[in-house]
Design a protein. Structure first.
Length: 686
């Protein structure tokens, strides 16, 4: 007979999975979590959660949690004390820095970690090791968003909030599948799309769930976002739908932009995109005619060789039609991981320190030097792909990776593995023995979001309090504490990690955090920029852009190098996607009951392609790219068009990234996961 257990505590915190940032109410007793619900007064999620946030939490005390630091000796991991692990690491760091210089060391921080932990990690690399070789997972997801929006507007973050759906008449969702990847926001977008008076435009190669309800679905060939957006803007100009007053008052570069835009080759762009021009024209008129139009974009925009340019076009489209600076409009990237916005805000990128200050500017350098009491370098550090290249060239001696399974999630897996093998000291700070952790020389057991306090910043720039619910499992430590202890071991006097103390420090160096204090966050957080008196900001660019005037810059469509080089021999285009049940590498969700709902990656293939290759539903298909081969089970569906395939990379036994390409965005170096040239054949599987 089961005994009923009553919760003795309720703790309000923030979900660890996606960038929606849902508030959670965690019921616990005696250090055990009983259930998760959502508070009704949460501005982000109003009592709702998704399958991941509410139910996929049992990973936190899973028997496979790492429970001791380990050092690999003669190929075998040996458990060691924290003291021994710290001594080992500090000695090696000092040796590499003295012998090979600071740039022989690099770090990858984690969007799973709090703002305060990310701030500390970049501070450690910059102020203690004196290198700008620090980067994070934004590199492989939304780095083009940050760069593109900074170039056009001056600020690389969402202009508005999700609650603005109440004030808009039109949504444009491009390269995003929010009902799987951002489910609570996805549900709101679906509700919006289903109302008959509303206009919704979905631009996506797949007929996603949202596309099924959309007024306009432009099902383009992967890799042609730039072509379709140029066509849209062409028709807006031709139909006389430009907001001339907004363009005149608020922007620059328009005349050069328009000259190039009006000379696009519509026949060519229609042919390469596979979208009939009349469909594009109708969507363009709908977007430009709406009283208020909001755009939302995801990795189907950024994970392309022209990702940054596409983000700039989405921003151009908003400026062209005056959809900036008020309720119900704007450019709203759907940020992927829970704190990917925050990690970039905190300086986890090699070209900008905490607060997006340019590390190459002498006045910025002086400010950081004074604040950190150190001498920081003036040159930009390695981005993640450059770290791997440097490792393969023998220039990188050490890589410290926190909460990021680069072997499973970064493109061209075998190259990543070779890079880790070529690096003398790989430190992996993790919850589980991930595919990356297997290649570590030192393992440090970190803590989950339920075991620490700090802040996460969601995709709306909302800084929210993360509150500890249970003690870290024995043997592990909160990530911030580990970083502080290593800083101290290296001789840097960093005070102990406390969320209020850390926020006080951050607010002194990050201009848009000036008024953020732990005790001001309340239940619903604050949206940056926050002025010293604590006033936050719902809408960006109301009167001016951060850069003064918004900047129009034309970009013409270019075929991906992957297709140019390999399209002849590998005639199908594989694109990657996410499923509702799992999060990214699946290290957490695969250790919950969600594992039983979706048990493997699968391949979406159109019935015509399946028939041409004699593939039946459930057959294994060998996907071969210039990088390698993987076998994935087929699911025959017309969600994808003929010639286009789609699969996830949640499962390490399949390791889909063995075949993805390390072609990347020309500006931000975000890998092109969305355009992979492959050939296919039926196989028996493993
Ligand atoms: Fe968590 Fe995102 Fe689901 Fe909300 S929508 S519960 S933040 S995974």
């Amino acid at each position: 007979q089961s005994k009923s257990v009553q919760a003795t505590e309720h703790t309000r915190t923030v979900c660890t999975y996606c960038g929606v940032g849902c508030n959670l109410d965690i019921a616990s007793t005696n250090g055990e979590i009983l259930a998760i619900t959502a508070p009704y007064d949460a501005e982000v999620n109003q009592g709702h959660t998704c399958l991941k946030g509410r139910f996929a939490f049992k990973f936190y005390n899973h028997p496979e949690r790492l429970d001791s630091p380990m050092i690999k000796r003669e190929g075998v991991f040996e458990k060691v004390s924290w003291d021994e692990a710290y001594s080992y690491i500090a000695e090696k760091f000092k040796h590499y820095k003295d012998t090979f210089g600071p740039d022989s060391l690099a770090g990858i921080s984690s969007s799973r970690c709090t703002n305060e932990e990310n701030y500390l990690m970049q501070k450690f690399y910059r102020a203690v090791l004196q290198t700008n070789n620090i980067d994070g997972c934004a590199r492989v997801c939304h780095s083009p968003t940050a760069l593109g929006m900074q170039r056009t507007f001056g600020t690389g973050a969402a202009t508005n909030s999700i609650e603005d759906l109440k004030y808009t008449n039109c949504i444009m969702v491009i390269g995003a599948n929010p009902t799987d990847a951002h489910p609570v926001t996805g549900a709101k977008l679906k509700q919006f799309a289903m109302k008959s008076d509303n206009v919704s435009i979905v631009i996506d190669p797949r007929r996603t769930e949202l596309a099924r309800y959309a007024t306009h679905h432009l099902a383009l060939r992967p890799g042609t976002n730039v072509a379709v957006l140029n066509m849209m803007m062409f028709y807006i100009v031709k139909e006389g739908l430009v907001d001339a007053d907004f363009v005149e008052r608020r922007t620059e570069g328009y005349s050069e932009f328009i000259e190039e835009l009006l000379s696009i080759d519509l026949d060519k762009l229609e042919a390469v995109s596979g979208v009939p021009r009349e469909e594009v024209r109708a969507a363009a008129i709908a977007y430009a005619s709406a009283a208020n139009a909001m755009s939302f974009h995801g990795l189907g925009v950024t994970e392309h060789s022209q990702g940054t340019f596409t983000v700039m076009q989405i921003a151009d489209l908003a400026m062209l039609t005056g959809n900036i600076g008020r309720r119900g409009v704007g450019v709203n990237p759907l940020r992927g991981q829970n704190n990917v916005q925050g990690s970039a805000d905190m300086g986890v990128q090699p070209h900008q320190g905490a607060g997006y200050l340019d590390v190459t500017k002498p006045e910025v350098n002086q400010r950081y030097n004074q604040f950190y009491g150190s001498e920081l370098p003036l040159h930009i550090g390695y981005k993640i792909p450059e770290m791997f290249e440097a490792a393969l060239e023998g220039k990188l001696k050490s890589l410290w990776i926190i909460g990021e399974d680069v072997v499973q999630t970064d493109p061209n897996t075998q190259k990543v593995i070779r890079a880790l093998q070529a690096t003398e000291l790989v430190i992996v700070q993790e919850l589980f023995m991930t595919e990356t952790a297997k290649y570590a020389d030192v393992i440090l057991p970190g803590a989950s979001f339920l075991e620490k306090s700090g802040t996460f910043t969601n995709g709306e720039r909302r800084v929210q309090a993360v509150r500890q619910v249970v003690e870290p499992i024995p043997g592990s430590k909160p990530d911030g504490q580990i970083i502080v202890e290593i800083m101290n071991r290296m001789g840097y006097p960093q005070p102990d990690y406390t969320p209020d103390g850390m926020l006080d420090e951050i607010s002194q160096i990050v201009p848009f955090f000036a008024g953020i204090r732990w005790d001001r966050l309340g239940d619903n957080g604050l949206q940056w920029p926050v002025s010293p008196d604590g006033t936050d900001t719902k809408i960006l660019h109301e009167k001016d852009f951060k850069r003064g005037l918004g900047y129009f810059e034309f970009h013409s469509w270019e075929e991906s190098q992957e297709i140019k080089d390999h399209g002849q021999d590998y005639p199908y285009i594989l694109t990657t996607n996410r499923e509702l049940e799992h999060y990214n590498c699946g290290a957490m969700t695969r250790r919950t009951a969600n594992e039983q709902i979706l048990t493997s990656d699968y391949l979406m293939i159109h019935p015509e392609d399946a028939s041409a290759n004699r593939i039946a539903d459930g057959d294994f298909v060998c996907l071969e790219s210039p990088r390698g081969k993987v076998d994935v089970k087929a699911r025959i569906t017309d969600e994808v068009k003929p010639g286009v395939l789609s699969t996830t990379f949640h499962f390490p036994d399949i390791m889909v990234n063995n075949i993805t390409s390390d072609v990347h965005d020309s500006e931000a170096m975000c890998p092109e996961y969305k355009v992979v040239a492959v050939k296919i054949r039926k196989t028996k599987g493993k």
